[in-house]
Design a protein around this ligand. Structure first.
Ligand code: HAM
Length: 423
């Protein structure tokens, strides 16, 4: 017998018992974002590799170590998206969305791919919900973004979220910071991993989010961005913190948060719940739109990992809606009754009722056992007598209560609780 080919490491199968939870979470997230004015956008799963090299940054972990890159049959280098911001920004520019009234607010749900060591909460294919807002440079937009992330998590019933914010400055004050950081790291060059030694020459800030334990220890003592902010960046950060406080959004400043992607300027933030890696990460990107060939325009956004979000909800016992079950199972005896059952379930389904009948040629007893397994709310058995009288007994599977119902879709649907038709 051929051996089973297992799913690739770091990927997941979501089985029928789980997918309803995911659909609920995704719908809630998109609806919450819509209340904040965000409209959904969908972009390709793969993009030209150059988009991520230029957008995310070619010294980041994501680009140097984690991308699924391949040559297509036309010998073009393509990459499965490791994140959403670069692709959404490209799409906004390419489709002229940024030429209209600002801000432009976009939301998305997407699968992302990163070749990471798989461990708790870290997958190679994972799903993100995210939002991007193009146009505003004001700290009010940063505060709204964070408020939206909070609103999403609260609406899903999560508690105990910890929000940390930081400012990593603009290209102007970043130059001073970079100089101080380089000097500091240069003295520890030999203790850094090989990749970070290269980064030290090309992009020393990326050493701060290296995952190697030795580099992490060094990063913890490195100079902090917030000690180098120019007056404009300082005022922007203070304004954001003031707005968060005024909106009663609890937060703490953590100068250690630099985020692993190159496009950020000024605000960066993360939201976590105890016991799991960050649920949500985001920030402002002042130069990305221009870097990708668009106008000189600010952007800000965040993304949350849905695997981590669903795990946090399950950990905390957050409520999920009841799984949908079958409204009616129609069991039958004999060929004619089976045909009638088949027609009835088809008609009921068209009326929005979930109905099932036997497809396995089972005995009535076995059919009823199956109806139980389906957790059908009601059941009915059709045999010769029912065909003759045109009526059957409708039985509530939970209470055992019975009532009679006609073997026609309209009265049967009414007996199952469908509101009467107009007139
Ligand atoms: P990120 O921090 O790389 O940011 O990812 C955002 C979220 O995606 C993380 O907080 C985490 O929940 C989830 N995530 C990331 N990697 C994995 C993984 N390997 N397995 C499971 N979940 C993961 C971004 O992607 C930015 N594009 C966010 C952003 C949008 N910034 C501005 N706009």
């Amino acid at each position: 017998m051929p051996v089973l080919i297992n799913r690739p490491r770091g990927t997941s199968d979501f089985l029928p018992g789980e997918t309803g939870r995911w659909r609920y979470v995704e719908k809630t997230l998109l609806e919450t974002a819509a209340r904040f004015g965000f409209r959904e956008i969908r972009t390709p799963v793969f993009e030209h590799t150059e988009l991520f090299r230029r957008g995310v940054g070619d010294t980041t972990d994501v680009v140097t170590k984690e991308m699924y890159t391949f040559s297509d049959k036309g010998n073009r280098s393509m990459t499965l998206r490791p994140e959403g911001t670069a692709g959404i920004t490209r799409a906004a520019i390419e489709n002229g969305l940024l030429n209209g009234p600002l801000p432009v607010k976009l939301s998305y749900l997407m699968d992302c791919f990163r070749y990471e060591k798989s461990q708790k909460g870290r997958f190679r294919q994972f799903r993100q919900f995210g939002v991007e807002c193009f146009g505003p440079g004001e700290a009010a937009a940063d505060a709204e973004m964070i408020a939206l992330a909070f609103s999403c998590l609260r609406t899903l019933g999560l508690n105990g979220m910890e929000l940390t914010v930081n400012s990593i400055g603009c290209p102007v004050c970043r130059a001073d910071y970079r100089k101080a950081l380089t000097e500091w790291l240069e003295r520890r060059r030999t203790e850094l991993c090989d990749t970070c030694r290269t980064r030290l020459d090309r992009n020393p800030m990326r050493i701060l989010d290296c995952k190697e334990p030795g580099c992490r220890k060094i990063a913890a003592g490195a100079p902090k961005t917030t000690d180098f902010l120019c007056p404009g960046c300082r005022a922007h950060f203070d304004e954001l913190r003031g707005r968060l406080t005024a909106a009663e959004i609890p937060h703490s400043a953590d100068p250690g948060i630099v985020r692993g992607l190159d496009y950020y300027t000024r605000t960066v933030f993360e939201i976590a719940v105890p016991g799991l890696p960050a649920l949500c990460g985001g920030g402002r990107y002042g130069k990305l739109v221009e870097t990708l060939g668009g106008p000189d325009m600010e952007g800000i956004g965040f993304a949350m990992g849905l695997e981590r979000l669903v795990a946090a909800m399950e950990d905390q016992g957050a409520p999920f809606p009841e799984e949908e079950t079958c409204d009616l199972f129609i069991a039958s005896v004999g060929r004619e009754a089976s045909q009638r059952a088949f027609r009835l379930v088809m008609e009921l389904r068209e009326r929005g009722i979930s109905a099932e009948c036997d497809l396995m040629g089972r005995s009535v007893k076995a059919q009823m056992k199956f109806a139980d397994r389906l957790r059908a709310k009601e059941s009915m058995v059709i045999g010769d007598r029912e065909l003759e009288t045109g009526g059957a007994v409708l039985r509530n599977m939970k209470t055992g209560g019975t009532k009679t119902a006609d073997l026609e879709a309209a009265p049967l649907a009414r007996a199952l609780g469908e509101p009467p038709e107009n007139g």
